[in-house]
Design a protein around this ligand. Structure first.
Ligand code: SUG
Length: 422
């Protein structure tokens, strides 16, 4: 049966705070902080369990090989992997941090997914994202593409390599889909940024257009909408920081889009029963929306047909957001529950519940079962994380070769447990 499967990024053992993402305020604020990779991965697994517990299908993607010795070799360091790592760590700590990032945990940036019901050839199309605007993220797509090709090897899927780097593409974080049911044809909305503001605009309109073309989407069911410069300048480095869609609902901040009126009109024309829930700045300021990650929540259709939000605990701790959510849940609108999960380690790098998952609408029977989760596997993964993941990484640890040996061993143990070689 076709259903929505959330593929969360299993948080890798190299998770650290290196302030690598210009325009991502949480990442900048945690420069120099000590990370807790073991706690981070356990928080991520607890979220996956929670969503499974709501009766939904859950998958996961594996962390990439870090430090990335191929990248360091390309940057001129020579020798064995150990030598390359030691030399880069000593010569250029900032460059080395790029090679170490666990940023592939945010699988909303791994790819853009167009379900089979939307595409010309009736296959589910998945395009790895080039993430070319941030150096540490631009080195993800090769390994990500290889992993997606393995997980979605069935002919029901068409997995594409990333677009040329000249056109920044950040994957599903800048893509929304509205539909009457997950397996019915939908309206796909591609949200892009325009240069000229305080921070880099990460999603290029031409990249969005290329994805829509290669996925074979019908032009009359596809919308391209610009992010508001105001939102990017305020720290909405991806659209999913200020908007989220599911089923016939689009939940967005009033200041998310350059031309919200045009988006509403397009949507009303293409999907008359769409429900646009716009949160006014008078109820929740853009600053509160961004610091709490109200919109970086998972908006889920539960097995009984109702809709629930899975939000970060930071949303509950922000008075304006808490008050707003109480009215949403109490009202007669489509969202009837709000649940809070602790993903603080990821949040401190600007990644909320929605960043940590890639939605794929498909028949779970056509997905490689090694990438699907059940309670027994979650138990095993938790034991493995407890055993192998470093407890903490402080800035001074980044030059310690023993840490990187442990990180490599931890990932190897995970791949062996899951039975995947990548
Ligand atoms: O690309 N943070 C990520 C957060 C990605 C959030 N994803 C979505 N919104 N979908 C980013 O900015 C910080 C890494 C560091 O600073 O160490 C980082 O890459």
């Amino acid at each position: 049966m076709i259903r929505e499967i959330n593929f969360d990024g299993l948080i890798g053992p190299s998770h650290n705070y290196a302030a690598l993402s210009l325009g991502n305020l949480a990442s900048a604020r945690h420069a120099g902080a000590t990370s807790l990779p073991r706690a981070a991965a356990l928080q991520g697994l607890a979220k996956m369990r929670f969503v499974m517990g709501l009766g939904l299908c859950q998958g996961f993607l594996l962390p990439l090989d870090r430090p990335d010795a191929h990248f360091l070799r390309a940057m001129g360091f020579a020798g064995s992997d150990e030598a390359v790592i030691a030399r880069a760590a000593a010569a250029d700590p900032r460059l080395f941090a790029i090679a170490c990032s666990a940023s592939s945990m945010w699988t909303a940036n791994a790819a853009t997914v167009s379900p089979a019901a939307d595409t010309a050839d009736g296959r589910c199309h998945i395009s790895a994202a080039n993430l070319s605007r941030m150096a540490h993220r631009s080195i993800e797509h090769g390994q990500t593409h290889a992993q997606l090709s393995l997980a979605f090897a069935d002919p029901a899927f068409a997995v594409h390599a990333a677009l040329p780097a000249a056109f920044g593409d950040e994957g599903a974080a800048n893509h929304m889909r509205l539909c009457s049911a997950h397996d019915a044809p939908g309206v796909e909305i591609f949200v892009y940024g325009e240069e000229g503001g305080r921070f880099p605009a990460r999603q290029h309109r031409k990249a969005s257009e290329a994805i829509a073309r290669r996925h074979g989407l019908a032009p009359d069911r596809t919308i391209f909408a610009a992010q508001s410069q105001y939102a990017i300048d305020a720290g909405a480095f991806h659209n999913d920081v200020v908007a989220v869609a599911n089923g016939h609902v689009l939940f967005a901040h009033e200041q998310a889009f350059a031309d919200a009126a045009a988006l509403k009109a397009d949507l009303a024309r293409l999907m008359p029963d769409a429900h646009y829930i716009e949160v006014p700045a008078s109820a929740v300021s853009l600053a509160d929306a961004i610091s709490s990650y109200l919109f970086n929540s998972q908006l889920l259709t539960l097995p009984d047909g109702s809709m629930a939000l899975v939000l970060p605990t930071e949303a509950e701790e922000t008075p304006s957001v808490k008050a707003y959510l109480a009215t949403v849940v109490a009202g007669n609108g489509p969202i009837s529950a709000a649940h809070f999960v602790d993903v603080r380690e990821s949040m401190q790098n600007g990644g909320g519940p929605a960043c940590l998952r890639l939605r794929v609408v498909a028949d779970p029977g056509q997905v490689d079962a090694r990438f699907l989760l059940d309670d027994a596997k979650a138990d095993r993964l938790e034991r493995l994380v407890e055993r192998w993941w470093p407890e903490c990484i402080a800035p001074a640890d980044m030059a310690n070769p023993d840490l990187w040996a442990q990180v490599k061993t931890a990932r190897a143990a995970l791949l062996a447990e899951v039975g995947v070689s990548l």
